[in-house]
Each structure stands twice: as structure tokens, then as C-alpha cells.
Write a protein that binds this ligand. Sequence first.
Ligand SMILES: N[C@@H](CCC(=O)N[C@@H](CS)C(=O)NCC(=O)O)C(=O)O
Length: 201
Amino acid sequence: MKLFHSATSPFVRQCVVCAHELGLLGHLELVAAAPHPVTRDLALAASNPLGKVPTLIADDGLVLYDSRVICEYLNLRGGGRLLPMQGPIRWRVLVDQALADGLLDAAVLVRYENTVRPENLRWSDWTDGQLAKVAAALDELERLAAGFTERVDLGTIAVGCALGYLDFRYAPLGWRERRPRLARWFAAFGARPSMAASAPA
Ligand SMILES: N[C@@H](CCC(=O)N[C@@H](CS)C(=O)NCC(=O)O)C(=O)O
């Protein structure tokens, strides 16, 4: 399987962590990509019209995106233990994943706004609105953290990658302040070999 990859993308990281947890890392060939909201990476766009990473090309040529689809695909290939098939826990896992992905969408958009958009076109209200979503998502994750305990699934992997991204790009936000349960959980989860090996440099 070929994975269009960017080492700093938290969405790619979710796929790599899933592969690691499922013992599939050796089956994944990482292909360097240069995703950008304005300047298209033509090799990447030839497989994914959205020009985004992660994009996976499976061994049979099937092209998969986005990160949620790829994580589900890897999970099924690797035995399925990262997403319970039924019961309330399935929906808990999927909502946790959606919450973490939503936090990441907002954080990545703020980064584009403040690094890609020309300075005279930036709109601080828009940045503030997105950062309010990040803060609200973190507050919800703090409420949920007591239930994360020993869980290793598509939800907690997404949450771990979202928090890792905030440490990488938004350290001054100080997300751990006022969120002690989440911070304690991440200290343990972030030390898993799959997380440690994929941390952005
Ligand atoms: N919903 C997508 C989001 C992926 C995404 O935003 N990837 C970023 C890199 S972190 C990207 O490729 N950006 C290029 C662009 O916005 O065109 C997913 O879960 O895979």
C-alpha cells in the first residue's frame, strides 16, 4: 500500500498510528507529498482530486481518502480491533474521532489563514472563531477523558494525534491548563510506541 504522506500532517499520523497498532506498518510505503491549499501537488491530485493527504493507494489499486476511510480500511485489514462493530462503544469511538477531526480541521485552517493567506487579507475574527472551536472541543475532551482509560481505538488515536498537533503547532495555547484529566491521559497515550514513533519532529 502506498500512502501519500506529509510528516507534519496530524491526519496522516492517524493512519500511520493505526497501521502501527495493527502490525501493518511494514505494508505501508510512504510517498512524500506537498499538500497545499493553493499550490496543488499534481502527483497527489492525480490520485485525489482534493489534493489532500492522507491518500492511500491499496495493493489492488483502490484509491482511498480521507483519513477516516483509510483508518477504517486499515482496521479491517488488520483484524478490526480499533473499531467495535456494535454497541454504544462503536458510536462513542466514532464521535470521539469526529470531535478530534473537527478540532484538527479548525486548527489546520487557522494555520493556513496565518501562514498561507497574505497578511493584508487576514481576518482575525475568523481565526478567533476557529480557535473558539478548538477550545470548546478541548473542554469536551476533558469531560470525556475519564472514559478514555485503556482504550486504543480510532477515537483515542484521533484524539492523541489532535493533541500532538496542538503541542507541535500551538504550544503557546497551553491546552493542558484547566484540562488535567486529558493531560494525564495524553502523557500515557502519547508514550505508546505507535505515537512516539510518529511524533512530528
Ligand atoms: N478531512 C481530511 C483532512 C485532510 C487535510 O486537511 N490534510 C491537509 C494536511 S494536514 C491537506 O492535505 N491540506 C491541503 C489542502 O488543504 O489542500 C482527512 O481527514 O483526511
